[in-house]
Design a protein around this ligand. Structure first.
Ligand SMILES: Cc1ncc(Cc2c([C@H](C)O)sc(CCOP(=O)(O)OP(=O)(O)O)c2C)c(N)n1
Ligand SMILES: [Mg+2]
Length: 546
């Protein structure tokens, strides 16, 4: 009979996990021994648990399946609360596995090292940022508990928490019987789809807005097909950037309210029949709307339900709704030429001269690079680098667009490299690099060779745009290019556009190591999107006129 560890690892793989990111500790060492000895899933150890969480989250997103982060009890798991909270907010199916004290240890009456308030404190903290939890302290229930929690992770596309006491790892255990995916009531799906299609037919300006759940539930092609069938313009949310990148669909661009392209904002905000699929109603997606989108007329299928005005259809998975819409939607009349709106034109043609580099030059240089050698998957951190990414051609992009945590970029790029074997492009500000950029030191030993562009304005520039008077936004000069070699990579410093072009060319010519391109930016030099975003926020935050 297999051990509990083998049963858990096999179940993770059977539910779609492809690797584990982790850092061991004495409460987790016995389980790590099984991870390594069984080889059921490859193990990638990083240097700090925030990086472990971000890397596993990014792997989940690019796999459209489970990401796995394995840490020790207490100091390890508590170190990972922020990335798990971000995965919860952004609906990423991340499995958190924590080692734990053995059953015998708990009753000795001693306070245990790594323990916070009580032995159960950690579980209680993770209950707030996961959708399901299991403590594997009984092999009779463990298979059912693992099945329940992994199913919840996939159905809800949210993190889950599994705790494995260190004296349980070798216990003989029955294999896990996976549970079937959650299905909605077929009659309810039919009714909801019929009501949606009726409303779209009555609308003079129907439109489609899609968000991250379309990727999380792997239904991009079905949604592209639906957009063609409905023959209505489709936009993505800020978080949904990169969706339908390679699909044949009437995609108009990214909706960002007054911070985005006016033509896209008009299509979404003026629509009298807006269908939102997989969209998170967050401030970063809608906080800068030019005009409040009247949710009474909008239709939303997300988070496992459908709401149309005051109508609600509960327990309806998004995939079921989209399948039913496709089943019922008639093709557009032949006479009506299929809309193929002008896709967003991204800036290209960098002047490789001696002028100082600005964020838009970075977008231009990357677009030129992608045009010449094909798109790379992008991991972006929070900061102006993410707003600059809005002017980079549509490609697979993982970024904390809603939860907006710094520190995501470099570990997420490592997660992309480990999960796909492809070379990622990482966009990160100097402030965020200071947090988790050090994980690049793990690249050489693992054969990862990301191209990293550090937006170095020696500043927490996003904060400065909101509050210029804060001297705390001034960061010191950290000379990141000089650090690269010490971490096993190659560093370039680019102040002029000519130097940026040369650095990118050199990076692309050497796939053996990571290349860090430190782009020196003037304080105050920000992307077009960030400046619109800030102008909008400042405009909307004005105290109401007397
Ligand atoms: C973990 C963490 N800490 C603090 C913040 C607040 C914050 C921002 C958001 C608003 O919450 S943007 C920003 C400055 C980012 O600096 P840098 O990485 O250099 O990028 P840039 O210079 O392009 O702004 C901070 C500190 C955050 N988002 N995440
Ligand atoms: Mg900065």
């Amino acid at each position: 009979m297999p051990t509990l560890s083998e049963v858990l690892l096999t179940a993770l793989k059977d539910h779609g996990a492809r690797e584990i990111f982790g850092i061991p500790g004495d409460f987790a060492l016995p389980f790590f021994r099984y991870i390594e000895s069984t080889g059921i899933l490859p193990l990638h150890c990083l240097s700090h648990e925030p990086g472990v969480g971000f890397a596993a989250d990014a792997a989940a997103r690019i796999h459209k399946g489970l990401g796995v982060a394995c840490v020790t009890y207490g100091a390890g798991a508590f170190n990972m609360v922020n990335p798990v909270a971000g995965a919860y907010s952004e609906k990423s199916p991340l499995v958190v596995i924590s080692g734990a004290p053995g059953k015998g240890e708990k009753g000795r009456g001693l306070l245990l090292h790594h323990q916070a308030k009580t032995i159960e404190s950690q579980q209680r903290v993770f209950e707030e940022i996961t959708c399901a939890q299991a403590i594997l302290d009984d092999v009779r229930t463990a298979p059912r508990e693992i099945a329940r929690v992994l199913r919840a992770c996939l159905d809800e596309s949210r993190p889950v928490y599994i705790e494995i006491p260190r004296d349980m790892v070798a216990e003989p255990c029955e294999p896990v019987q996976p549970l079937p995916p959650r299905r909605g009531d077929p009659g309810a799906a039919r009714a909801a789809a019929a009501e949606i299609l009726d409303r779209l037919k009555e609308a003079k300006k129907p439109a489609l807005l899609i968000g991250v759940e379309v990727r999380r539930y792997d239904i991009e092609e079905e949604v592209a097909q639906l957009a063609r069938r409905l023959n209505i313009p489709v936009a993505t949310t800020f978080m949904g950037r990169g969706l339908l990148a390679e699909a044949d669909a009437p995609l108009v661009g990214v909706y960002m309210g007054m911070a985005g392209k006016p033509d896209v904002s008009e299509i979404i905000e003026e629509s009298d029949g807006l269908l939102m699929l997989g969209v998170i109603l967050s401030d970063t997606n809608f906080g800068v709307s030019g005009r409040r989108i009247d949710l009474r007329h909008a239709m939303l299928a997300a988070d496992g339900e459908v709401s149309l005005g005051y109508h609600k259809y509960p327990a309806l998975p998004l995939a079921d709704v989209v399948a039913e819409l496709l089943a019922q939607a008639e093709p557009p009349p032949a006479a009506e030429a299929l809309r193929r709106p002008q896709r967003q034109v991204c800036p290209t043609g960098l002047d490789a001269d001696d002028a100082a580099v600005g964020p838009m030059d970075i977008a231009r240089a990357v677009n030129d690079l992608f045009a010449a050698s094909g798109p790379m998957p992008i991991a972006s951190d929070m900061g102006d680098c993410l707003f600059t990414a809005m002017d980079i051609v549509n490609t697979a992009l993982v970024a904390p667009g809603y939860y907006a945590t710094m520190g995501f970029g470099v570990p997420a790029g490592i997660g992309l490299a480990a999960a796909t074997g492809r070379r990622p492009l990482i966009l990160v500000g100097d402030g965020a690099f200071q947090m988790t950029g050090w994980e690049l030191g793990n690249c050489l030993a693992n054969g990862w060779a990301p191209v990293v562009i550090v937006f170095n304005n020696a500043s927490w520039e996003m904060l400065r745009t909101f509050q210029p008077e804060g001297s705390y936004n001034n960061l010191a000069e950290w000379r990141f290019a000089d650090i690269a070699q010490a971490l096993g990579g190659c560093g370039h410093r680019a102040a002029a556009r000519r130097e940026l072009k040369a650095a990118l060319d050199a990076a692309m010519a050497d796939e053996a190591r990571f290349h860090l391109i430190e782009v020196m930016l003037e304080r105050g030099a920000i992307s077009d999107t960030l400046s619109r975003f800030v102008a909008t926020i400042k405009g909307s935050n004005q105290p109401p006129r007397e």
